[in-house]
Design a protein around this ligand. Structure first.
Ligand code: AOF
Ligand code: ZN
Length: 338
């Protein structure tokens, strides 16, 4: 009996989710390269805006696997990888199929066009999960088809790839709001550091690409946070302290980070001026922000210990994606609207 693992598109989607929240203003995208026998040769993801697209990372790795030549792996610039593959491919990709969670881009943005690269490499089959909602980059499917490539849509992955692309689709029109919290197995959220180093690095990388962090006044007083991206040497963003009380001890580190605006407001209206917003909240903020949050990111540390619980007993979530993160579980969720 043959045992079947996840399909190449599912692998591409799961891999892309690992970078959800880290690619703004770009989408999180994944790509699997499959050989003539249906075996996954490589998987690539888009990790950060300005860096290579998922197809480029996947083809770079596939080249190295298929040729046993690791020199290509030393390249990090997207255009250098494109040039190398176009010059050296020697027809090795002709029988490969590409599974991409997003239509390959046509345009030359911060990086060159993926559709043109795929054409240049002579790839004959591409499976796509979602169309690119960005008019500037869209049209890759037509370009591929017009040069004889067979392009199919992975309908069976429609929901999961739609979930994956939702932040990017939202940014085309308005701001996207993520509510993040970390809790222990017993639901407690107080009493010092909860999640593992890996999870905290992940959150700092999210802060690095956020333009506004929102936090509740009580958390500011209790935790005295800095809310910067020091673990990834990232940029600082503005902070909105959501609080009715305006007086704060101004020696709390978040007020003293250079190059940021800090607002203390009793309303959340300020978020309308920003596009990628991260709420780092506790139970009170959860209740106060339900109407404006697009998705929830929860880190669960396998321990117990605090006294204040994150209790939202009346709410059901739908899990969009889950994975391990260091010693924690990480879950992306949406609130089930009742
Ligand atoms: C793809 N594969 O992995 C991603 C795509 O400035 P650039 O060159 O990075 O282009 C960004 C745009 O490309 C982005 O707005 C979206 O339309 C598309 N993203 N396309 O073929 C990828 N991340
Ligand atoms: Zn691309």
């Amino acid at each position: 009996m043959l045992l079947h693992g996840p399909s190449p598109m599912q692998v591409a989607i799961d891999s892309a989710w690992e970078f959800q929240g880290l690619t703004f203003p770009n989408p999180a995208v994944g790509c699997s390269v499959v050989d003539a026998n249906g075996v996954i040769v490589s998987v690539g993801v888009h990790e950060k805006a300005g860096e290579p697209h998922a197809e480029v990372h996947a083809l770079q790795m596939a080249y190295s696997v298929l040729t046993d030549d690791t020199a290509v792996l030393a390249l990090s610039e997207s255009s250098a990888i494109h040039d190398f593959l176009i010059r050296n491919h020697n027809g090795i990709f002709t029988d490969c199929t590409l599974y991409v969670t997003l239509e390959p881009c046509v345009h030359h943005g911060k990086t060159p066009s993926c559709a043109l690269l795929i054409n240049s490499l002579g790839i004959k089959k591409v499976v796509v999960a979602q169309h690119d909602p960005n008019a500037e980059a869209a049209g890759g499917i037509e370009i591929l088809k017009s040069s004889g490539c067979e392009v199919t849509i992975a309908d069976e992955c429609a929901q999961r790839s739609y979930d994956l692309l939702k932040p990017f689709m939202t940014w085309q029109k308005k701001s996207y709001v993520t509510f993040k919290w970390a809790q222990r197995l017993d639901g407690t959220v107080d009493g010092g550091t909860i999640s593992s180093h890996t999870s905290r690095v992940h959150v700092h990388a999210m802060r690095d690409v956020s333009d506004l962090i929102v936090i509740g006044g009580e958390t500011v007083r209790a935790d005295r946070p800095t809310l910067d991206a020091r673990l990834v040497d990232g940029k600082v963003c503005d902070v909105l302290v959501y609080s009715r009380q305006k007086t704060f001890d101004r020696s709390i580190p978040l007020f003293n980070v250079e190059g940021r605006n800090v607002y203390v407001d009793s309303s959340l209206d300020r978020i309308n001026g920003y596009r990628n917003i991260l709420i780092e909240g506790g139970p009170a903020m959860f209740e106060a922000t339900k109407k404006i949050v697009d998705s929830y990111l929860c880190f669960v540390a396998p321990k117990s210990g605090g006294t204040i619980r994150f209790t939202n007993t009346k709410d059901d979530f739908r899990i969009l994606h889950s994975q391990t993160s260091g010693n924690d579980m990480l879950m992306w969720m949406e609130l089930n609207k009742t």
